[in-house]
Each structure stands twice: as structure tokens, then as C-alpha cells.
Design a protein around this ligand. Structure first.
Ligand code: GCU
Length: 416
């Protein structure tokens, strides 16, 4: 009798839990079921003071928000002295049909008796004295971004050559007078649920997952760090314009690009391509991917503390509009794709719109009052740009054309 009772109770608990999990993981794509939410105010400090000018923003509120993202979402990379050395592995002034210089640079990072290597592929237009530059990590390896046979395969690439070329409009970029630098994101943190020892973290004395504190960064923090290290190198070159630098990322890499651009104010422009949950999209909206599902599927992207918000996003002390606000007054572009509802395009737009309040402190035009734009009709105001393009989760030539056009406008640049 007793055993039977226990069995019934156990079955009851098991079924209830299954029900809860199913409920929690059901993805909402219905705007009427997004629910109501209150966003933390980017312009109110933790002790309740209103931020009314850019000085208060820069001295008080901006550092507060950075710390909130460090402690609760992306994590920090510990302070340590890292030495970077650069070796040009290959170079040609006859690349991309003779229009570009191609340079492949191995960066060796050393710290705490360890070394890690990153291979950077850089194309620079030959006919521009000081070129603006895109820094953008790739998913599958440098050689997958181009049909250029001289491009060396990245160390962790198993993807062969030229299978991601549609994402890299190198001709358009070079023809527009921009340089572009890429590296495979695995070089700094392999995108797997493995031990952090396989990444750059041992350079900082984090030698295994046992060394992780609640707020130690993992993959996204590392990818962001990698973009800044590429910029360090680019800033040593005479023909790169250090005032016109852009960090751009797609999807998970775009989440890292946003975080990088938020922290590293040397980047003059930040581009979020289809970054969605824990990128540009508001976390508090129940639409598409949620913090619960991202934490369940990709726990190695965020610091451990982020897990504690899975069941209650409203307890997050910040939201993603504040990440975008950290980029102010520098230029920011958020792009979505119509068929990428998982990334919550409307939530990405609303987040940028909300962030533009901080841009107003700098006297810049904002997106306040504008409604969600029509598909394939970019909306650019002040230093903020947005579009939703037709099609799927991807980076396309349409996106690149918009980014270059926006950058030309922001940088007052045009290749004559
Ligand atoms: C998954 C993940 C997203 C991420 C995307 C990508 O879909 O849920 O958060 O942006 O992968 O990186 O392509």
C-alpha cells in the first residue's frame, strides 16, 4: 500500500514537472501574448537619481550598467597582462582582382606562461590612404569566407573552403573604400560546451571550469575580447583610419560584437546582425527565444549567474536596451530578418528605440515616435540605424549595402 502511494505520488510529480517544462519551453510567436513588462530605466541610477545630462550618464550610470552586464550576463575577463605579438604570415598587393592588399597575420597572445594564436585575414583597398575598417569574426574559418585560394585555413576549421562566401561581400566592401578584418571565433573560444581550458582563459589564470566565479565570462566575453585585440593590431597600421572603426557580428557573434562595442569605445560604430535574445532584443518580451531557452541550450556563452534569471527575467537588473545605450553616442545599427522570428525583430527594434533616449543626451535625433519600419526600408535617425530585411537568419548583400551606406553617412566618408 505504502509503495503504491509512493509510486502514484512520484508519477504525479513527474507528470507535473513535464507539464511545467513543456509550458516553460513553448515558444511564443504571437504578439498578443508577449505580456506586459516594465523595463529598467537607462536614465535612473541604482539609487534612484534621474540622469539628465551626458556627464551624469558617463560618470555614474554608464559604469553602473557595464557592471550589471558583467556581473549578471556576459561576465568579466580577469585583469592580467597579455602580450600580443604580430607575425605577417602572408601578404599580397594583388588580391581580389588587383583591387586589394591581402594580409594574413598571426597574433600570438601570451600570459601566465601560456600562449594562444589567432589568424587574422585582412583585406584593404589599395586606392585609399586611410580606410575605415570592419572587424567581424567568422563562424567557420577564414578560408570559408572567400574563393581567394591564398587564404589560409584557420586552425580549428573543419569546413573546407568558400562555403560561406555569400555572407562576406568583400567586393562591395573594398569597392566602397573600406578594409575588413576577420578571424574564426573558435581561435579565442571554441563554441562548444567544453572546459574553458581550451579557450583564451588560461592566459588569465582561469585554467578550468572549477576556476569560474559566478561572474567570470565565457564565450561571448572572449569573442568580444578577440575583436578588441584585432583592433589593437589595426591601430598600428598607417593606412587604417583609427577614427572610423566598426565591429560587426551576426547572431551569437553579434551578441559579442554588441558587448565588445559597449566596452571598447575605440570602436566608432557597432553593428548587430540578427542577434536576438541576449543580443539586441529585449529579454523581458516573451517572444521567440527566451533567456530560459538560451541558458538551457548555450550555457557556455554567459557567466554562470545568468542561469539564475531563467525562470524570472523580470528579476534581471538590466535589459538589452541598456546594452545598446552603452554604445552612445557612437553609431549603432541593429538589423533583423523577417523570417528570423526566433530573434524577435520587433523586440530588437524596441530595444534600439528605447536606447535612443540616451543618444538624446548628446543632442542626437532619436527613434522615439517612429513605428516599426516596413520590410527592406532602412530607418536611420541620429546615430541609430535599423532595418528588417526579407528572408532568413543570415548576412546578405542587402545588409552590407545598408551598413556601408549608414557608415558613409555617419563617418562622412565616401571613396572618391
Ligand atoms: C541559435 C541561438 C541564437 C543564436 C543563433 C546563432 O539559434 O538560439 O541565440 O543567435 O543560434 O548564433 O546563429
Amino acid at each position: 500500500m505504502k509503495t503504491k502511494d509512493h509510486l502514484i505520488i512520484r508519477l504525479y510529480i513527474a507528470f507535473s514537472l513535464m507539464g511545467l517544462v513543456a509550458q516553460a519551453q513553448e515558444t511564443n510567436y504571437d504578439e498578443s501574448k508577449v505580456g506586459t513588462y516594465v523595463l529598467p530605466d537607462a536614465l535612473t541610477t541604482l539609487n534612484g537619481q534621474k540622469v539628465v545630462n551626458k556627464e551624469q550618464w558617463e560618470e555614474v550610470r554608464r559604469p553602473e550598467i557595464i557592471k550589471l552586464f558583467e556581473d549578471n550576463e556576459y561576465g568579466i575577463i580577469p585583469d592580467a597582462t597579455i602580450n600580443s605579438s604580430y607575425r605577417i604570415v602572408e601578404e599580397s598587393d594583388n588580391a581580389l582582382g588587383g583591387k586589394a592588399i591581402r594580409r594574413q597575420v598571426e597574433i600570438t597572445f601570451s600570459g601566465k606562461g601560456q600562449t594562444r594564436k589567432m589568424l587574422v585575414l585582412l583585406y584593404m583597398p589599395k586606392d585609399v590612404k586611410k580606410c575605415p575598417v570592419f572587424v567581424s569574426p567568422n563562424f567557420q574559418g577564414n578560408a570559408t569566407t572567400t574563393t581567394d585560394p591564398y587564404v589560409i585555413e584557420s586552425q580549428f576549421s573543419t569546413n573546407g573552403r568558400a562555403n560561406q562566401t555569400s555572407r562576406w561581400s568583400y567586393d562591395r566592401i573594398i569597392n566602397s573604400g573600406y578594409a575588413v578584418a576577420t578571424f574564426q571565433y573558435f581561435d579565442v573560444y571554441p563554441d562548444k560546451d567544453n572546459d574553458v581550458s581550451e579557450s583564451i582563459y588560461p592566459l588569465f589564470g582561469i585554467n578550468s571550469n572549477d576556476d569560474l566565479q559566478d561572474n567570470t565570462g565565457k564565450a561571448i566575453a572572449a569573442w568580444a575580447w578577440g575583436c578588441s585585440r584585432v583592433l589593437d593590431y589595426l591601430l598600428t597600421l598607417d593606412n587604417i583610419d583609427g577614427e572610423r572603426t566598426i565591429v560587426l557580428g551576426h547572431s551569437r557573434i553579434g551578441k559579442a560584437a554588441l558587448w565588445c562595442g559597449a566596452l571598447d569605445q575605440r570602436f566608432a560604430m557597432v553593428i548587430s546582425n540578427d542577434t536576438g535574445c541576449s543580443g539586441a532584443a529585449l529579454s523581458r518580451r516573451n517572444y521567440g527565444e527566451t533567456v530560459l531557452s538560451i541558458n538551457n541550450s548555450f550555457p557556455w556563452w554567459f557567466c554562470n549567474k545568468y542561469q539564475s534569471y531563467s525562470q524570472d527575467v523580470s528579476s534581471l537588473p538590466m535589459d538589452q536596451h541598456e546594452l545598446i545605450a552603452l554604445i552612445a553616442p557612437r553609431a549603432v545599427y541593429v538589423a533583423s530578418a523577417q523570417e528570423d522570428q526566433w530573434a524577435d525583430p520587433r523586440g530588437e527594434f524596441l530595444s534600439l528605440q528605447e536606447a535612443s533616449k540616451v543618444y538624446a543626451l548628446y543632442g542626437l535625433d532619436t527613434l522615439q515616435g517612429y513605428s516599426f519600419p516596413a520590410v527592406n526600408e532602412p530607418l536611420w535617425k541620429g546615430s541609430c540605424g535599423y532595418h528588417i530585411r526579407s528572408g532568413i537568419h543570415d548576412v546578405t548583400d542587402f545588409d552590407w549595402e545598408a551598413y556601408i551606406g549608414f557608415a558613409n553617412e555617419q563617418f562622412k566618408f565616401s571613396k572618391k
